[in-house]
Design a binder for this molecule. Structure first.
Ligand code: DAT
Ligand code: MG
Length: 149
């Protein structure tokens, strides 16, 4: 069972897309291990996006992710990191495949609705930025045996 950090970004919250986006992950068979509404501070944004700090788009990225409330989640499942990234689509919505979140709801790279950890080491770094251990729950659902053989 693998865990990944998902952020429903400020544009998605403002556009009323929290439910539709979370529903996609739920319907797929993924399980929420943690979930909350929060506002990302500039300090937290800088830690989360530290790998991008020298990129030209960094200032606008920080402005965007701190511009309003976000919904953050720890989502788990077998191969959850890759499955969530595939469901999100390419970084630029114009390059994202139809049926992905970014293609179905987005137009621009600077308003691409959702974040998902890109590899296990990234997930291990990102999850503790947003959640303490006691906020992340381990449990089974009755349907899990109908999702995994
Ligand atoms: P992803 O969010 O698909 O993991 P990333 O980690 O390369 O993409 O970049 C983080 C965010 O930064 C991305 O969601 C949107 C923004 N971004 C990336 N490349 C950009 C670019 N060339 N111009 C503007 N914003 C960009
Ligand atoms: Mg990334």
């Amino acid at each position: 069972m693998e865990r990944t950090l998902v952020i429903i970004k400020p544009d998605a919250v403002q556009r009323g897309l929290v439910g539709p986006i979370l529903t996609r992950f739920e319907r797929r068979g993924l399980r929420f291990a943690a979930l909350k509404l929060m506002q990302i501070t500039p300090e937290l944004a800088a830690r989360h996006y530290a790998v991008h700090k020298d990129k030209p788009f960094y200032p606008s990225l920080i402005k965007y992710i701190t511009s309003g409330p976000v919904v953050v989640a720890v989502i788990e499942g077998n191969d959850a990191i890759k499955i969530v990234r595939t469901m999100m689509g390419e970084t630029h919505p114009a390059q994202a495949a139809p049926g992905t979140i970014r293609a179905d709801f987005g137009m621009e790279i600077g308003r691409n609705l959702v974040h998902g950890s890109d590899k296990p080491e990234t997930a291990a770094f990102e999850i503790p930025l947003f959640f303490s251990d006691d906020e992340i729950l381990s449990y089974q659902r009755a349907i899990d045996s109908w999702i995994y053989e």
